[in-house]
Ligand binder design. Structure first.
Ligand code: ATP
Length: 299
């Protein structure tokens, strides 16, 4: 496999703020990759550097082997970026907007592909509408279409589903999944961890400009060592010897993180011995949200 995006030791400072503090990672051809992190972690800054919109203070980024600064045009052409913010010229129609974007990449006869993209994003009946007459969700579809007009091998989506209704979200993901199956590499930032968990094969997590996790989704879920035991007890107290498993409390339940299933036996035996009754018990596998919270707290 070859890296389509190669990020090496990237630092970015905005005055005293270290938005990125030495980030290195490679994304391979055909991956569906998620970049996650809390607000202000540096995700958009990193994407802007990859897209050549912001310059790194130091470090190197290559897209399909092209340096994003020295070889900006080649690197930019390999990328389709769907930005977070909606920015449009309100006086053009949807079709004109997409033609202008094609022209920007030197593509004069691109209408067949424009029609196909509009069809997949359910924009066909809006093609001749002015941008200013579209709803926010429709504008977002046009943003996605705009990023795809030049059939870029790498598609970068910065929170594409923020504030978007369920129907568009599903339509958008179906289209993006199809593009990924057709060989496009997808990089996505989102605060919807469920989306990242179901869609993405590999995940990077940023915190305060640093990479704090980088692994396959399956491995990240597995590293939580897996099992959460939620217990409602009477009396509502946990024997001291079980405190080492305590991960939290929610709605009058103790949440224990068990290293393996065998420990379940130990826990129940300890409760029996202490004459504490189990009123309710639930065993749950961790989801990405729990992994995310645990990694962010640890770091
Ligand atoms: N142009 C700028 N000038 C000054 N500071 C900036 C600028 N752009 C970003 N920052 C700061 O850099 C840090 C990283 O911001 P960034 O937008 O990359 O985070 P993010 O992970 O994308 O957050 P969010 O999830 O809120 O979109 C923040 O502290 C932010 O305030």
């Amino acid at each position: 496999m070859s890296a389509v995006i190669d990020i090496r030791q990237v630092h970015k400072a905005f005055g005293p703020i270290k938005a990125l503090d030495g980030v290195s990672l490679s994304i391979e051809q055909g991956e569906f990759f998620a970049l996650l992190g809390p607000n202000g972690a540096g995700k958009t800054t990193l994407i802007n550097i990859v897209a050549g919109l912001t310059r790194a203070t130091s470090g190197e980024v290559r897209v399909m082997g092209y340096d994003v600064v020295a070889d900006y045009r080649h690197a930019r052409r390999a990328l389709g970026v769907v930005p977070q913010e909606l920015v449009f010229d309100p006086f053009f129609t949807v079709r004109e907007t997409l033609r202008i974007q094609s022209g920007y990449f030197g593509l004069a006869h691109n209408d067949d592909w424009i029609d196909e993209v509009m069809h997949h994003l359910d924009l066909t009946d809006k093609a001749e509408r002015n941008m200013r007459a579209l709803s926010g969700g429709m504008k977002r579809r046009v943003l996605v279409a705009q990023a795809l007009v030049h059939k870029p091998p790498v598609i970068v989506l910065d929170e594409p589903t923020a504030g978007v209704d369920v129907e568009l979200r599903q339509g958008l993901w179906n289209f993006v999944k199809k593009l990924n199956r057709d060989g496009h590499t997808i990089v996505l930032t989102t605060h919807y961890l469920e989306e990242a968990e179901t869609l993405c094969s590999r995940i990077a997590m940023l915190k305060q400009g640093r990479l704090v996790a980088l692994d396959t989704t399956a491995n990240l879920l597995a590293t939580m060592s897996g099992r959460y035991l939620k217990l409602k007890l009477a009396p509502e107290q946990l024997p001291a010897s079980l405190h080492r498993f305590l991960a939290g409390e929610e709605q009058g339940r103790f949440v224990l993180a068990l290293p393996d299933y065998a420990t379940l036996e130990t826990v129940l035996a300890t409760l029996r011995e202490a004459k504490i009754q189990v009123l309710d018990m639930e065993l749950a596998q961790p989801d990405l949200e729990e992994v995310f919270v645990s990694i962010m707290n640890r770091e």
